[in-house]
Design a protein. Structure first.
Lengths: 220, 220
DNA sequence: TAAATAATTTAGACTTGTCTAAAAATATTA
DNA sequence: TAATATTTTTAGACAAGTCTAAATTATTTA
């Protein structure tokens, strides 16, 4: 059995693990969960005891396959609830995250299974993030950070890395929601900003701050 | 703010309060929550501090209007989730209670409001219990315990007082689900058992043990 | 490579909710 | 009404999760 606190730690460690091979540092976990490093150390010991992470003191943790499976099942629930809240209850995409943070801890595989079916087996959440399948497999869909793109061309916004309401509201105001297509017109070498243009000819500037939180796929 | 533990205590006290004017005894709360009397005393002090109950030591508690409002809002959520689980996710009526016990603590009035609308503003839950409205008003629908009935006649099963899966499965096997109509054929003075007959001529015996957990309304 | 700085862990304390066993109050019964 | 039985409360302890401040360990920098 895992408590919801343990689940939140595992989720944070999992998210901090993806993309880099290194072990996750205490301070990174503390920052991500807005808690003290001392608390993180305590919890890490507990998770290590349960073989959810491999812990080497003073050198951070690595999530184990066992811990990863727990994390992925929570992430699966989180994203399914986000789809429910948006598709069925008509919440906006910047309102669903906090509620899903609570709902994800309702522990029933049967509930998750039926919710999945009720929603029509969605593959992505409202922010464009892939929903892990029952076996914990994530269908990475070839999306890359907009800030990593080096050549101009047509792209489609497939997801975001910052889920905060303020960022999502900012994007919506600019016309950027998952599924939006645009072309890169100009890329500035100096400050890494770029200018993009939508199919309706409207054009906007995007700073590095923003583009490093946008996931895109090549379009056409 | 109330913790989910506090909410569970308030719900238990509210349920033990309805129907009798007396104060609720520590042992009754302990029994209902499967906890020790010592724990109940501790929590009662805390709830009293928050003006959720009036506490006179050694003489039990009375729930205040403030505490009652909290209890009713949790009961409202519980019953709405039960409707969701049964109507939308196709759970059976004996499977929804435990899940609703968890979901009811997800704290968002906006979520409750939208869930209510999504479900089409239901007035009763799958067990026939009335769903309190936003203001905490319960529409008592003239239902009485079958065990209290004194005259034969046609009745409709409107609800149950025992929500345990085993009891609900027993009822279903006998053909008794909310909405079932039947006539009382025979009432035994000695052991308070009764014989009822359905419209399809099938007839069954009901013991006092069972009838005191069945809520009925007069039919026609 | 030794001192200074930064990160991490330990020590000790606090809160919430729980328990068992003992003490106190209430209720029962003879 | 006085002894007995029952219920309730208190006392003291524990687990989970958190914190601040002090002690360690690791990393930088000179
Ligand atoms: Mn989210
Ligand atoms: Mn999401
Ligand atoms: Mn229920
Ligand atoms: Mn119910």
């Amino acid at each position: 059995m895992t408590t919801s606190t343990e689940e939140n730690y595992l989720k944070a460690i999992y998210h901090l693990s993806t993309g880099n091979q290194n072990s996750v540092l205490t301070s990174a976990i503390a920052g991500s969960l807005s808690t003290s490093s001392a608390s993180v150390t305590d919890m890490i010991k507990k998770l290590s005891e349960k073989n959810m992470v491999e812990y080497e003191r003073y050198h951070g943790v690595r999530i184990t396959r066992k811990g990863e499976k727990v994390a992925l099942s929570i992430i699966r629930r989180h994203r399914l609830w986000e789809v429910f809240l948006m598709d069925k209850l008509k919440f906006k995409w910047d309102e669903v995250h906090d509620l899903a943070e609570e709902l994800e801890h309702v522990s029933s595989d049967e509930l998750t299974k039926r919710l999945d079916a009720f929603l029509g087996f969605p593959k992505f959440d409202p922010h464009g993030d892939p929903i892990p399948d029952t076996n914990g497999k994530v269908h990475s869909n070839g999306q890359v950070l907009l800030s990593e793109i080096t050549k101009k061309g047509k792209y489609i916004l497939s997801g975001v890395n910052d889920h905060s309401p303020s960022f999502l509201q900012y994007l919506e105001k600019k016309g950027l929601i998952p599924g939006s297509t645009f072309s890169i017109v100009e890329m500035d070498e100096f400050d890494n900003s770029m200018q993009i243009i939508f199919s309706n000819k409207k054009s906007i500037f995007i700073s590095k701050e923003v583009s490093k939180n946008l996931l895109v796929r090549s379009h056409e």
